[in-house]
Design a protein around this ligand. Structure first.
Ligand code: NAD
Length: 469
């Protein structure tokens, strides 16, 4: 075990090296950015099978899901960035008010410097390398800290990065809390953190010491509204897919479903059919259903089932870290039901982050909106209805990182849209142009020619009339 002072000097050396390279200007030219994005792309495509194997070992992620949600989505982000980078990076003309003319202004994007990327375990490739694409596109150097809870993926990335970025423009620090703590003591120019709100607060506090800006991609309880007029089987299949992909360990997974009491039996049946259709009658034996990341999370999730009415699934196996796709009818007892710190049961108090889906009976869409607004702003809100009026009702009367109608998760794959939370679900956003913008400083550069010297009008001695800008 390295001592704290060893960790501290290693963290210092890593960041100093990244800063030295950034200060040399080597990462700034557009051609250098494109080269690094291509290197990132090659790192993924040349080693696809190793990435798949690591994801299988860490999370039992099948190759189809690994391709779709980790490798494919990251490649799509890199390709989108390569396609648009030239346009994003071009200086643009800035407006100058008549009172300052003659003058010319431009907005010149410049990189920030050294960016720290702290990633969680649930999508250990995507959530580390997708932000990295934006960091490199903007001309920065990067320090990556993969999650220690997905050791195979972390080790693979630590082994590959020096091969694909031999100049040190990207470096990897492996480890957990002690390593991250020492990294956070260093001065970065931006930190992008994906993880829990609790650690997000630690990151933001550490960043404040250096006035380092942060992007925080956090979590929370993302609700679903399942309307009486929603198409039962199609909607249930989409909810099931969004919920149980990666065994529910997705920050934007539907956390709970609200629907009217009369609709519950039909929804439960439709979810049962959808689960069997997607993962077979025994998901434990299929190749496509994931496992819980570790025993701690497994025990927490099984504990959440206590005192609930399990209507689908519920079986689990600790040795395998397997929990079946599970639906419970939430014990609320409250009218209207509470979701948040005041809720009657932990399944409605905590972010579930696993394959347990509570159904919460509510009287109406308006009451569902009241439940959503009763607590932290969620990362995503999913609405299943065939009524445009109801869609508008949710859009206009709630606040969340994103709203998706008639589907779940898919907005994360829309590279042109900003991805991020609001309030407790995070701050800042990334993906595509929004990543590039997050990791650049848009610097106004203004030239006011010395002649004609109209600035004299703004200088003393002032006349009685003064000057109005
Ligand atoms: P986490 O907050 O425990 O860990 C995230 C990172 O922080 C890891 O790299 C970890 O090593 C580091 N870390 C943990 N404890 C630390 C400490 N005390 N000091 C410094 N660093 C520390 O999160 P997690 O369990 O890996 O992921 C689950 C959470 O992440 C959920 O809340 C989920 O909603 C959220 N999440 C959000 C998004 C998003 O895009 N918004 C995506 C995935 C996950």
């Amino acid at each position: 075990m390295p001592t704290t002072s060893e960790l501290s000097s290693r963290a210092h050396a890593t960041v100093s090296e990244a800063r030295r390279l950034f200060d040399s200007g080597a990462t700034r030219p557009l051609a250098a950015r494109v080269r690094r994005l291509r290197a990132l792309r090659a790192m993924l495509t040349d080693n696809e099978h190793d990435f798949e194997a690591a994801l299988w070992s860490d999370l039992h992620k099948g190759s189809g899901e690994a391709q779709l949600t980790e490798i494919g989505v990251t490649l799509a982000e890199i390709d989108h960035t390569l396609r648009h980078l030239r346009r994003w990076a071009r200086p643009r003309r800035g407006p100058v008010p008549a009172s300052l003319r003659p003058a010319r202004a431009r907005l010149v994007p410049e990189p920030l410097g050294v960016v720290l990327v702290l990633a969680p375990w649930n999508y250990p490739v995507q959530l580390l390398l997708d932000p990295l694409a934006g960091v490199l596109a903007a001309g920065n150097t990067a320090v990556l800290k993969p999650s220690e809870l997905t050791p195979a993926t972390s080790a693979l990335i630590a082994r590959l990065v020096p091969r694909y970025f031999p100049d040190g423009s990207v470096s990897v620090v492996e480890g957990g809390v002690p390593e991250t703590t020492e990294l956070l003591a260093q001065r970065f120019d931006h930190i992008v953190f994906t993880g829990s709100g609790a650690v997000g607060r630690i990151v933001m506090r550490a960043a404040a010491e250096h006035l380092t800006p942060v992007t925080l991609e956090l979590g929370g309880k993302s609700p679903v509204w399942f309307d009486d007029d929603a198409q039962l089987h199609r909607a249930a299949r989409r909810i099931a897919w969004a919920k149980y992909t990666n065994a529910g360990q997705t920050c934007i997974a539907p956390d709970y479903v609200m629907t009217t009491p009369d609709r519950i039996p039909a929804l439960v049946e439709a979810l049962k059919v959808a689960i069997a259709d997607l993962w077979g009658s025994d998901p434990a034996t299929g190749p496509d259903y994931g496992r819980i990341v570790n025993e701690r999370q497994f025990d927490r999730l099984v504990g959440l089932l206590d005192g609930t009415d399990v209507v689908v699934g519920g079986d689990h196996d600790r040795a395998e870290r397997y929990i079946a796709p599970t639906v419970v009818v939430a014990p609320s007892g409250d009218e209207p039901p509470a979701v948040g710190p005041e809720a009657a049961h932990p399944v409605l108090r905590e972010e579930i982050f696993g394959p347990v889906l509570p159904i919460v009976p509510v009287a109406s869409a308006e009451q569902a909106i009241g439940v959503i607004n009763g607590w932290d702003k969620p990362l995503a809100l999913y609405v299943f209805t065939s009524s445009a009026r109801t869609r508008r009702l949710f859009e206009q009367n709630t606040s969340s990182g994103a709203v998706v109608h008639d589907a779940g998760l898919v907005h994360a794959a829309a590279t042109g849209l900003p991805f991020g939370g609001v309030g407790a679900s995070g701050m800042g956003a990334y993906h595509g142009a929004y990543s590039w913008r997050t990791f650049s400083h848009l610097k106004p550069v203004l030239r006011k020619p010395l002649a004609p010297d109209t600035l004299r009008l703004a200088q003393p001695p002032f006349t009685d009339r003064g000057l109005r800008l």
